[in-house]
Write a protein that binds this ligand. Structure first.
Ligand code: NAD
Ligand code: UDP
Length: 350
């Protein structure tokens, strides 16, 4: 059964961004778990615009109803409060399984719940995929490589993870989630896709979730010290959200069942990255005629336990099998995000 978009009045549909009217044979029923989060809400936007029927399930632990509220009431969209630790019944063609807190302060807030979300949540969603024969994509992470001894990280590197450290609830949770996916694939023929996502940033990222991009931009916009953990020589490679969404949709619709890294190869030390963010914030403020009261300073804070020293994706596989590569430079993406947070501060919602 497909909701019949054609029978909805023009007045009702004109409240929403214009979506493609796909014929029922091409319109897919897509479940997005964690669809009210940062990545999920951008994925939902793209799938809706492409004309599919999208159901979001989310327990709103780190996500928010407002990220997808612009679709509520659309005949192709449904938002359900549900915790993936419990089974969920629906008929669907594709499942993007994203539900899991992603920032270190959030996933360490309740480590046991994070492991349950990764293990039981993935088990439940794979069970659903098995019954419905839906194609299943899991949002895994570069954290499966831990503090890597191989640089950059290709998909065949097995990783270097401390199984009992504070990050283990997330890293080992994702590793076991991948193991479960391959178990269901080999035993039950579930059609799986595994995306190993590297650090991603963009609008709608919770400004207070403690990740480095949001912290630095918010601090610089407020004229506060930018907090660099450790001596700032650890590296990360940052990709803009629209590139990630292109990669996830390309992977879902490809034939590739091996894990695929999705990330941007532009690598920065965290110290360099702080300076880049400070420059971009200053540039945007100058363009808008906002003269900062003083130059933002860098404050050095203790290094968190088990913080990976280096991280950069080897994206050869994504290029070869998906013909995907990132299009957004870090400078372009940061400028967009600075403007987004600045507008939020001006309107008083942040
Ligand atoms: P996020 O915290 O913004 O979104 C996660 C969403 O999942 C939230 O809406 C949250 O409420 C929901 N959720 C959490 N636990 C749940 C549960 N038990 N039941 C139902 N919903 C639950 O994080 P994000 O950055 O959007 O990350 C989305 C996915 O991508 C995660 O699986 C994350 O591990 C993965 N990922 C993200 C990044 C990144 O840089 N953003 C990097 C690697 C992997
Ligand atoms: N980091 C930092 N200052 C901050 C937040 C994070 O220096 O205010 C560092 C953190 O120690 C890590 C890097 O930035 O080395 C990326 O941290 P984030 O939490 O964004 O992601 P992850 O560690 O999961 O890659």
């Amino acid at each position: 059964y497909h909701a019949d978009t054609h029978s909805i009045s023009y007045t009702t549909l004109s409240r929403f961004p214009p979506v493609i009217l796909l014929p029922p044979t091409q319109r897919k029923r897509i479940l997005v778990t964690g669809g009210a989060g940062f990545v999920g809400s951008h994925l939902v936007d793209r799938l809706m615009l492409l004309g599919h029927e999208v159901t979001v399930i989310d327990n709103f632990f780190t996500g928010s109803k407002t990220t997808v509220s612009h679709w509520v009431g659309h005949p192709n969209f449904e938002l359900v409060r549900h915790d993936v630790v419990e089974p969920f019944m629906i008929e669907c063609d594709q499942i993007y399984h994203l539900a899991c807190p992603a920032s270190p302060p959030h996933y360490q807030f309740n480590a046991v719940k994070t492991i349950k979300t990764s293990f039981m949540g993935t088990l439940n969603m794979l069970g659903l995929a098995k019954r419905t024969k839906a194609r299943f994509l899991i949002s895994s992470t570069s954290e499966v490589y831990g503090d890597p001894e191989v640089h950059p990280q290709p998909e065949d590197y097995w990783g270097h993870v401390n199984p009992i450290g504070p990050r283990a609830c997330y890293d080992e949770g994702k590793r076991v989630a991948e193991t479960l996916a391959y178990g269901f694939h080999r035993q039950d023929g579930v059609d799986i896709r595994v995306a190993r996502i590297f650090n991603t940033y963009g609008p709608r990222m919770n400004p207070f979730d403690g990740r480095v991009v949001s912290n630095f931009i918010v601090q610089a916009l407020r004229g506060e010290d930018m907090t660099v953990y450790g001596d700032g020589t650890q590296t990360r490679s940052f990709q803009y959200i629209h590139d990630l969404i292109d990669g996830l949709i390309a992977l879902m619709n490809s034939d590739e069942t091996r894990p695929v890294n999705i990330g941007n190869g532009d690598e920065f030390t965290i110290g360099q990255f702080a300076e880049l963010v400070r420059d971009i914030v200053e540039k945007v403020q100058k363009e808008d005629g906002d003269l900062p009261k003083r130059k933002v300073q860098i404050a050095y804070k203790p290094m968190p336990t088990d913080d990976p020293q280096k991280r950069r994706p080897d994206t050869t596989r994504a290029k070869e099998v998906l013909d995907w590569e990132p299009k957004w430079t870090v400078r372009m993406g940061l400028e967009e995000m600075v403007r987004y947070y600045k507008a939020k501060i001006v309107e008083g919602s942040m």
